[in-house]
Write a protein that binds this ligand. Sequence first.
Ligand code: AMP
Length: 204
Amino acid sequence: MTRLLLIGPPGAGKGTQAERLSEAFAVPAVSTGDIFRYNVKNDTELGLQVKAFMDAGAYVPDSLTNAIVSDRLQQEDAVDGFLLDGYPRTQDQVHELDRLLEADNGALDAVVLIVADTEEVVARLLKRAAEQGRADDTADVIRHRLAVYEEQTAPLIDIYSSRGLVVTVDGLGAVDEVTGRILDALAERGLSVPVASGDAASAS
Ligand code: AMP
């Protein structure tokens, strides 16, 4: 049972690392950004509600975001642990997650903070814009997203630090290197990747 959060500025590589960690710890990666993008792409009612916020690089309202996460974490695959990518992003969302975990008698194991310098993340986001054509990856919107992160999300680091949960990892470098750093840092906290039964058999 592993419950992790991934925090970091836009462009720090959260999505890529979330996939790797989800596989390593055998828990579902829950990305609010992916859930919203899926709904926008498929023209669902939720998609229509969130599109304008996303295109502007603004946060989707807490009430909507919290309801989505509450629903997702109650699905069966998340009962034995999860990796949240891009949630919580506001203090209100922290309180909602606390409430959800309390109701479930659960607690977070660690909050992985991926740090990356602003020049680097802007360059990465512009590159992604050219490759993927995301509507929220234009230069102006990128700047706004970074400002919103600093104002609304960076303060959450203090909240989780005061709970002794934050593991800080440098997001600069090759994807594998960063994954290695995260796994090492988590292992130091006693959160080791579960050994698959096949591996255990061949190792003994
Ligand atoms: P991401 O892929 O995590 O960068 O998210 C893309 C966009 O989805 C953000 O810029 C927000 O508009 C919206 N979004 C994702 N997660 C949240 C969240 N936890 N709270 C509010 N808005 C969110």
